[in-house]
Design a protein around this ligand. Structure first.
Ligand SMILES: [Zn+2]
Ligand SMILES: [Zn+2]
Length: 553
């Protein structure tokens, strides 16, 4: 890499919502921005989470100086516990961001030898080869930052996740004055959140949600109100608490992450509530429905979270029914619509009233829409632009928006995971590619790559048919007869004749091979598989996965 060049390597988050991670490099030194996870699609059977591929970073760990976190969401911090095992460098972020991250790292028992360095709003610090500024932005978690890296070629601005909320709950607005001043100093590159780049207009203020909640509560003075939201959304929790207190309702927290996050946010003075306002869920029946407000996790339909348990009647101490109103103060993340739908159905089945963002304004996004993105571009006025944090279509729309703001095409580059770019005084260019595929994590068992996952899909879709037999090597005959075992294969379950004819054709094929002198196990396995495959192929378009276990004894 030439002098007076900075390089950016995109390791995740460009082409999907989740597993955000990139590396910024100057003079051979690297600073990592975020290390997030992604939640799997329903067809990724058995996959718990998806990480960025960290191999490129691990190979260069001696050159990595720090990890800088923009904010405390899991899609930005959830992969830290895997990354820090190999790349142990200081981690920078706001008190709340580090508080959330540290809690997860402690749970994973990897926090012990790590260095956490807390930064304040507006602070400017030497980190590796850069001066880095932490600029306050509004988002759906408090204490989020945009980052300004002062580099040899000018300033690199990373927006983090943001919206331009002018009436935030904590009064901490996006620092547009500082962004404009940075624009005056000269921004070489803007990397900007694309999540809502398809949406025209402006995202509603978080405060508008409080208004909607207040009205819904006022209309239901005699009902028990149960509100589900993200446990990290401290400002949402604050508004629910405020509305509940206005009606003299006691507050019950349900869900472990809700309890932990509320505790941390209170300690950091980011959440304001008296201990006397809370009651334990064990005591909930001592109060009339109209005297209680439950705040719980599970707004994404997560099967083990509090709301799912309530919907199934599995929660201890609380059964929801005709006296309850459940508000889902959230919007399903793409991929979660189905599970959220099932939870809503089950709540209805229990006779509960359900209110969600589909018909009441009980949620506001944390991400900037087109109007705010235009404003951000205008404040920063970058020489070069790469859209980040979005599915491919979001990034295309964001690139179009940048072009419409006056950037020329050679200064706007749409990248995907694994792409590298270099920025110089002259401009921006693609400079290479590194491995950046999905890294699947399967419970505690460890890592998965594409192949077993593809096999799981086949098993799930087609079922499996196992063919077993024992061969007498010396006599060249079948000693233990051909036996078929089917799992998850519709046709096989119901059709005995079919099983018989598959058995016969496998037996005939094996006997014929044995007459020809074949005694090789793997070859006989292939013979059996082929015979079964041929017969099933004639009858069905969809064949089960065939497994042969022919043993030569
Ligand atoms: Zn994000
Ligand atoms: Zn976020």
């Amino acid at each position: 890499m030439a002098k007076d060049t900075i390089r950016v390597t995109f390791l995740g988050g460009l082409g999907e919502i989740g597993r955000n991670c990139l590396a910024l490099e100057q003079d051979g030194r690297i600073v990592i921005v975020d290390a997030g996870l992604m939640f799997p699609e329903p067809t990724m059977y058995g996959v718990d989470i998806i990480l960025p591929d960290f191999r490129w970073l691990i190979d260069r760990r001696d050159r990595v100086d720090a990890i800088v976190l923009t904010h405390g969401h899991e899609d930005h911090t959830g992969a830290l516990r895997y990354l820090v095992k190999d790349v142990n460098v200081p981690i920078y972020g706001s008190a709340l961001t580090l508080g959330f991250a540290r809690h997860r790292l402690t749970e994973a028992k990897v926090a012990k030898d790590l260095t956490f360095i807390e930064v304040a709003d507006g602070e400017r610090r030497r980190i590796g080869p850069f001066e880095v500024e932490f600029i306050p932005v509004t988002h759906s978690v408090p204490s989020a930052h945009a980052l300004a890296f002062h580099t040899k070629v000018g300033i690199v601005v990373h927006s983090g996740d943001f919206k331009l909320d002018l009436t935030p709950i904590d009064g901490r607005r996006t620092d547009v004055a500082r962004l404009a001043a940075i624009g005056d100093e000269g921004v070489a590159l803007l990397l900007c959140d694309s999540t809502n780049a398809e949406e025209p207009g402006f995202t509603a203020s978080e405060r508008s949600v409080g208004g909607a909640l207040r009205r819904l509560f006022l209309e239901r003075p005699k009902r028990r109100m149960v509100v589900a939201c993200f446990a990290s959304h401290i400002h949402r929790v604050q508004q629910i608490i405020d509305v509940a207190r206005e009606q003299n309702r006691k507050i019950v927290l349900m869900g472990r992450s809700m309890e932990t996050n509320v505790k941390l946010a209170r300690k950091l003075h980011l959440l304001h509530v008296d201990t006397a306002d809370f009651i334990d869920v064990e005591n909930i029946d001592r109060f009339e429905p109209g005297e209680v407000c439950v705040i719980c996790t599970g707004s994404q339909g997560e099967p083990l979270a509090a709301l799912s348990k309530l919907s199934r009647g599995d929660a201890r101490y609380l059964q929801v029914g005709a006296d309850d109103t459940v508000i889902l103060s959230s919007h399903p993340i793409p991929g979660n619509e189905w599970t959220v739908g099932r939870v809503i159905d089950d709540l209805h089945r229990a006779g509960t009233e359900v209110i969600h963002s589909g018909h009441e304004p009980v949620h506001a996004s944390g991400h900037a829409r087109q109007g705010e993105l235009r404003m951000f571009h205008q404040l920063v006025r970058p020489r070069n632009f790469v859209p980040v944090h979005g599915e491919y279509r979001h990034m295309v729309h964001h690139a179009d928006l940048a072009l419409s703001m006056g950037l020329s095409e050679k200064h706007v580059v749409i990248c995907e995971d694994g792409d590298q770019i270099e920025v110089t005084a002259a401009g921006i260019r693609r400079s290479g590619q590194v491995p950046a595929g999905f890294h699947y994590i399967d419970g505690s068992a460890g890592d998965l790559d594409e192949k077993p996952l593809e096999e799981r899909r086949m098993l799930a879709e087609f079922g499996v048919l196992q063919i077993a037999a024992g061969i007498d090597r010396d006599r060249g005959v079948i000693r233990q007869p051909v036996r078929l075992t089917a799992r998850g294969w519709f046709d096989g379950e119901s059709d005995r004749d079919l099983i018989t004819s598959v058995t016969t054709s496998v037996r005939d094929a094996l006997e014929s091979a044995l007459r020809d002198g074949d005694r090789d196990e793997s070859s006989l396995n292939k013979v059996a598989q082929r015979a079964a495959g041929r017969l099933l192929g004639q009858k069905f378009r969809r064949q089960p996965v065939l497994l042969a276990a022919i043993v030569v004894l």
